[in-house]
Write a protein of this length. Sequence first.
Length: 582
Amino acid sequence: MLSQRATTPRILSIRPLRPPSSLQNASKPRLFTQNSPLLLIAQRSNALRPQLPYLTQPAFQRANGPSQQLARLLSTETRTYVKEQTWLAVKWTVIPCTILALATIVYFGISIELEEHENPTPDEWTLLTRHGVRGARHFAQPRLLETAGFIDWAKVGSRLRAALSRLEDPAIDGKGLTEPAGEGEEIVIEGVGRAGFDISAKSWAWRAGYYEVVMGCAAAAEHLDSMVRDKISGGVFQKEFVVGPSNPDPRPIPAYFNVTPLEENVAPASPPPETFYMRILTGKGFTTKQKMEAARAYANWLDFKNLPESAEEMYRWSLDIAKSALPLGVDPDELIDSNTAVLKRSQASSQITPNLLRASTDLATHYATNGNVTAALPILLSVLRARRSTSVSPFPPPPSSQPQESTGGALDIIYSLFSKPKFPSPPPSGDNPLIRISDKPTCEESALMLYIGEILFASTPSKESLGWTKQAVTIAGANLSHPTPTADVDEGEEKRKCMECLATGVRNWEVMLNRLTSTGEIDAGKSGWFSWGGGPRIDSRIEVEEEKTQIEALKDKVARERIHHQAKTPIGALAPNAGWSR
């Protein structure tokens, strides 16, 4: 039996051992609960899952025809995913933008609050008025000359004029303003414009801020005197760029300007400066010092415009303003000569006010600038004599007011942010008789001695004029280290004047010494004493070199003091009542 099986031939199977390849590659059925994105079109015709015609998407696009069928972009399987991603995108876009916007608002709020603590604006003003004045201060700060190279006076003037119009509008910030005559009608001065208002009913903060705005408008008008504004584009141009009959050869317009100004489309960029100065000179409610500052600024502008006679009239007007504010019962003719403006020696000399001394000094400076030395020198000598003969106060000088330095702690910063800014108190009016706090020479005397030395050296170069200059430098240097304020000038203003006097005196000293050395007035083998003040003697070239070394040392001191002064100057530009630089 076993042998029969072994010898039986093997029958081969007709059916292959592996299934056909078509069955191997057949599509497998997928579950309806499967969420993975799959094509909704079966890839093969023998798919096991039935295809529904109304869910079938076209597997190809028609080559011909006016339009193509739009495929469904979202399916049931991806809709939830798209919603979640869209919500996350919106969420993480809105949150950072909101945080950035809030941080920007907080930053500007803190900046405004810090600036208000440094240079406060009146509380009576509306928000837009205060914002305009702060913007003008920012654009007019002197540091822009070092960083940007220029000050955009067009922008400064436009902001200040807008603030001025709001302050003079009875419906906004000008409630309570009246005309000086009290009749409610506007007074117009021919060739100048309207007269000033009566602001006596306003608080000191409002009046001081109004004075600052008016003086700022005048300073901007001076800088914009040679410029015009294009009515179409609103740009401000120099007059030489305007194309028109009055300017047949205009300068080429810079490339960054988009329009060429035509003569028929331009107007003055600002009203003339006298329009604003007269608001103060003819108004009521201003202090004597403020009116004198306006008259002095207007006179400087007239000097710049080569109108010395008109400038002298303004200096005379300033002198009359100082006379009108003398103490009651004091006759101005007993203190000063009306024609020469020389201060007299009389029993009433103790009633001389700082305003009267300042007005006389300004008039003498004007005379000296225009070459009238014979009229300037007696006035300066009389002013110096009056300052030195002033009685000294029997009370000890007040202690130097050093600002309290913050420790930088979090509590100090929070307290400074939430504490209300305090507007500065009114400065001394200058209408009271001058009283010296100490018997030490002040920087006012140093400035007068510099003027006298310059006048003497300009007329006849000599060692006498050099002696005046050297003693002025000595006084300024001593007061710069230890300021001696007067009754009408605080310590900070006195130190600033001392720094200016020291810088000017050192420069004059160097020029005079070089001139006298080159002309042979000072030579080795010659010797002499300075005729005024007991100045040092120059016996040889060696002592001349020592003088030059001393001058270089003083130059370094001036440079260090200027850097220190600039580091202490707040960035907020101008403080109230400080005036506007030209």
